[in-house]
Design a protein around this ligand. Structure first.
Ligand code: NAD
Length: 437
């Protein structure tokens, strides 16, 4: 990995104090973690190898991980202050604009509702990188790994840094480095008018995508040969391990079981990708045998895109690989009103005590920057997911209900049919949050 994280005790920047059943911080194969390209649109990468029953809503990760508040606080058996440390990385573009208000929501929870939260702002992103070359300092990485309960990230990506090396270090350093293998992306419409499908309403759009988050084509293994010549060759390898595929699929089934879902779909392209996706196909039906009460359905990812826009109702839980999950969840965001409405959690599903990463699905949206146009709802919903994960599932429901009312009452940004700016929407939501019992 090309980051400034340095190597941890186990040769990994995020190696944990204690090992767990799956080994700490697997990271990208051949990379030592992080350093992958993909979602942040890393351009011009060279040939290096751096590469409980549903308590509230579908967004609730609390149920899957059992209440995290107390275990978080005494993470890894160490005695720590009864405080959940949340690292906040506003990032780039609209990231700081929406994170400003997400932070205010957390301050409300800390100051008014007396939740034991400690907030830690990190000055990381394109501005910092351009100023002094910093990507992701190893001391920040170490403190996150050692002391934090969660990381809240706005967005990364800046046109002034086309290589996006700092973004790769931060985002993939966190996802890969902390081995946050399950990227949970709820696709839930909060109001009928947000659903663009004919004859479909909000109740028809309610599923969660489990995107594999540490493997696939994002590991940045590959290279370019004879670059810039007519004989140029460009290769990205798609890495799929039995362990990586199986644990993600099992997470999807486990979530379905705990949330009373009847069906898990697995999306691949095993008809074309005979090697890698045959593994997904075989593994899916093997794991499915452990969950006889849940219907396991295979679907090719291209057909999944068709079915989702025709009728999303049959879908409850979708498990898929890193690339397909990235793409399908943008389609999913379209079904719920756009990227300004989509929240996500990155978790090491089998060990809820590990620090987790929460981020709105959207990117830095350069055209919106400085215009008071960014929809802050995805970030508020992301705060809700984080609070549920930390052990306060009722707060996720509270935040979601207020965001729903914001949409219904027209107190929202133009992307979801409103006339207000980012700041006014946030004021409305924060006002409702403060007033709610
Ligand atoms: N996790 C991340 O940090 C992440 C994810 C995706 C993209 N990116 C980066 O973000 C930059 C821009 O990428 P992009 O344009 O493909 O994706 P984007 O998510 O920034 O924008 C896609 C579309 O959604 C709209 N949009 C996004 N967030 C919105 C919000 N909160 N409110 C209203 N509209 C919103 C944008 O205006 C745009 O039309 C790139 O550098 C990319 O690499 C980062």
């Amino acid at each position: 990995m090309s980051s400034a994280l340095g190597a941890g005790r186990n040769g990994h920047p995020f190696s944990l104090d204690e090992s767990d059943d799956e080994g700490a911080g697997a990271g990208a194969p051949g990379s030592g973690g992080g350093g992958a390209a993909g979602e942040v649109g890393v351009a011009g990468a060279g040939p290096s190898l751096d590469g409980a029953p549903h308590a509230t809503s579908v967004r609730s990760v609390a149920a899957i991980v059992a209440c995290r508040a107390v275990p978080v606080i005494a993470r890894h058996g160490s005695v720590r202050a009864l405080m959940a440390l949340i690292a906040i990385i506003p990032g780039d573009g609209i990231g700081p604009e929406v994170m400003l208000h997400a932070t205010r929501a957390l301050e409300h929870y800390r100051d008014d509702r007396k939740l034991p939260l400690e907030l830690w702002q990190l000055d990381l992103g394109a501005d910092r990188f351009l100023k002094d070359g910093t990507t992701f300092p190893k001391e920040d990485a170490a403190r996150i790994q050692k002391d934090a309960s969660a990381v809240l990230l706005g967005a990364l990506g800046d046109p002034r840094v086309p290589g996006l090396e700092y973004a790769r270090d931060i985002l993939f350093g966190l996802r890969f480095g902390l081995d946050l293998y399950a990227n949970m992306r709820p696709v839930k419409a909060l109001a009928d008018r947000l659903v663009p499908l004919k004859d479909r309403t909000a109740k028809d759009v309610d599923f969660v995508v489990f995107r594999e988050n540490t493997e696939g084509i994002y590991v940045n293994i590959g290279g370019q040969f004879k670059k810039g010549t007519p004989d140029e060759v460009a290769i990205n390898e798609d890495v799929n391990t039995r362990k990586g595929v199986e644990r993600l699929i099992r997470a999807g089934f486990d979530y379905a079981k705990k949330h009373g879902k009847k069906t898990v779909h697995m999306a691949d392209k095993s008809n074309a990708m005979k090697h890698a996706h045959e593994l997904w196909y075989r593994c899916f039906f093997e794991v499915a045998k452990e969950y006889p009460d849940i219907s396991a359905k295979h679907v090719y990812v291209d057909a999944l895109c068709l079915y989702l826009v025709q009728d999303p109702r049959p879908f409850e839980v979708v498990v898929t690989n890193n690339l397909f999950g990235d793409i399908v969840t943008d389609l999913g965001a379209g079904l719920q009103g756009g990227l300004g409405m989509a929240a996500s959690a990155n978790v090491h599903y089998s060990d809820p005590k590990r620090v987790a990463l929460f981020e709105p699905v959207h990117g830095s949206a350069p055209p919106l920057v400085g215009k008071d146009l960014a929809n802050p709802i995805a970030s508020f919903l992301t705060v809700g997911m984080m609070l549920a994960h930390l052990g306060w599932p009722a707060e996720e429901k509270r935040v979601e209900d207020i965001c729903t009312r914001a949409i219904e009452s027209g107190n929202c940004t133009p992307d979801v049919g409103g006339k207000l700016g980012t700041n006014a929407v946030a004021e409305w939501i924060l006002g409702e949050l403060r007033r709610s019992a």
